[in-house]
Design a binder for this molecule. Structure first.
Ligand code: NAD
Ligand code: DAU
Length: 351
């Protein structure tokens, strides 16, 4: 029996990871710790909420006494830490909440693990899930981010994630905490909050609303199917080296404007609309401040050392993703209306 604490498990990537771990490891107790901010949605976990090896705890990673008591209550063996503020545009409007959650919250988690484990680190792991944005921006060309690329964050979001990564390494180097870090590229797939490019644009196409393309749409992102990220996390958590960093990415770069045109084409087709119906929705708007030009991840280390490979071709992944959002319009409507925030009360009663 192992007790694994996953933070941020009601969010996009976290919910995919929790589903995977709960089903794959019936002999683990999976504790999902989430504050249920606007980005946390327990409806994402309906499929596994009745499993006997799944527990949910509504808690804020910035609340140190509560975090400490949960380490004690569950005798935690491993942590997979995903809880974070994750949207770049929000970080530009409100950088302080990103420093609070991503930096101070991570520091709380590290300190709670250190105090709970009391230097007895056998069988213990603290795995921190981070982003490729800490490496800054690449120019167009062939260069990729490797695990050796120097940190050079530009947005308040990436600065807060970079800072949290540094704290994680500091706890390893200073106190010997058994940490692992991964830095992943842009994820896409089901259950992503519709403020991020792909679900936002699918939803807007469905409602004939404008598609706000930042700048000229020339920025490049490297897209990975979310279940491939969750599989990579599982692999690194179990087999990755203590103290190491792993880059995760699909070698799948897309210029925003090309991706958006593909989304319009696939969504129109799946809605039964003639090709070109939604082209007029494309709207070029002011660029995001400090908009990083290009991200591209080299995940050779993960492939060579742990044998991980992305499982899906992008065209297939996009087709599945668009179909999921169109088939799950209630999920989208509940998220956009705010109805999803009542799910906790329905499930667990009033706090
Ligand atoms: P998300 O915004 O969908 O989910 C974040 C979750 O964390 C939510 O459930 C939210 O309720 C919870 N949370 C936020 N603040 C909290 C707090 N103070 N205490 C407890 N819980 C809190 O995020 P995501 O896209 O699933 O990203 C998860 C992690 O992966 C983040 O650390 C992010 O930096 C990283 N990441 C994301 C991507 C991506 O493309 N989405 C890529 C690489 C890395
Ligand atoms: O690279 C990993 C990161 O990917 C994660 O760490 C972040 O948590 C995640 O949000 C994502 O960050 P991005 O800023 O790249 O994702 P977003 O979906 O917000 O935007 C993708 C690209 O699309 C980016 O170049 C900005 C652009 N964009 C986005 C939105 C929301 C638009 O042109 N219009 C939009 O309305």
């Amino acid at each position: 029996m192992k007790n694994i604490l996953i933070t941020g498990g009601a969010g996009f990537i976290g919910s995919h990871l929790v589903r995977l771990m709960v089903k794959k490891y019936p002999d683990y107790q999976i504790i999902n710790l989430d504050a249920l901010t606007y980005a946390g949605n327990l409806a994402n976990l309906k499929e596994i909420e009745q499993y006997p090896n799944y527990k949910f705890e509504k808690a804020d990673i910035c609340d140190f006494p509560t975090i400490q008591s949960l380490f004690e209550k569950y005798q935690v063996d491993g942590v997979i830490h995903l809880a974070a503020e994750s949207h770049v545009d929000r970080s530009i409007k409100d950088p302080f909440s990103f420093a609070r959650t991503n930096v101070m919250g991570t520091l709380n988690m590290l300190q709670a693990a250190k105090l709970a484990w009391k230097g007895n680190y056998i069988g213990k792991v603290f795995y921190h899930v981070s982003t490729d944005e800490v490496y800054g921006a690449l120019q167009s060309g062939m260069e990729l981010f490797t695990e050796q690329t120097k940190y050079d964050p530009h947005s308040p979001y990436s600065a807060s994630k970079a800072s949290s990564d540094h704290f994680v390494r500091a706890y390893h180097d200073t106190y010997g905490l058994p940490v692992k870090i991964s830095n992943c590229s842009n994820n896409y797939g089901s259950y992503q909050f519709p403020e991020k490019l792909i679900p936002l644009f699918i939803n807007n196409i469905r409602h004939n609303k404008p598609l706000p393309v930042y700048g000229k749409g020339e920025n490049v992102r490297d897209w990975l199917y979310v279940d491939d990220h969750a599989r990579a996390i599982d692999l690194i958590f179990h087999q990755g080296k203590i103290g190491d960093t792993y880059n995760i990415g699909g070698f799948n770069e897309w210029k925003n404007i090309d991706l958006i045109k593909l989304l319009i084409k696939v969504t129109d087709r799946l809605l039964g609309r003639p090709e070109g119906t939604s082209d007029h929705l494309l709207t070029f708007v002011a660029d995001r401040a400090g908009h990083d030009l290009r991200y591209a991840i080299d995940s050779t280390k993960l492939k060579n050392e742990l044998g991980w490979m992305p499982s899906l071709q992008f065209q297939e992944g996009i087709e599945k993703t668009v179909k999921w959002y169109l088939d799950n319009q209630t999920w989208l409507d509940e998220v956009t209306s705010g109805e999803y925030q009542c799910y906790y009360e329905k499930m667990y009663g009033k706090m």
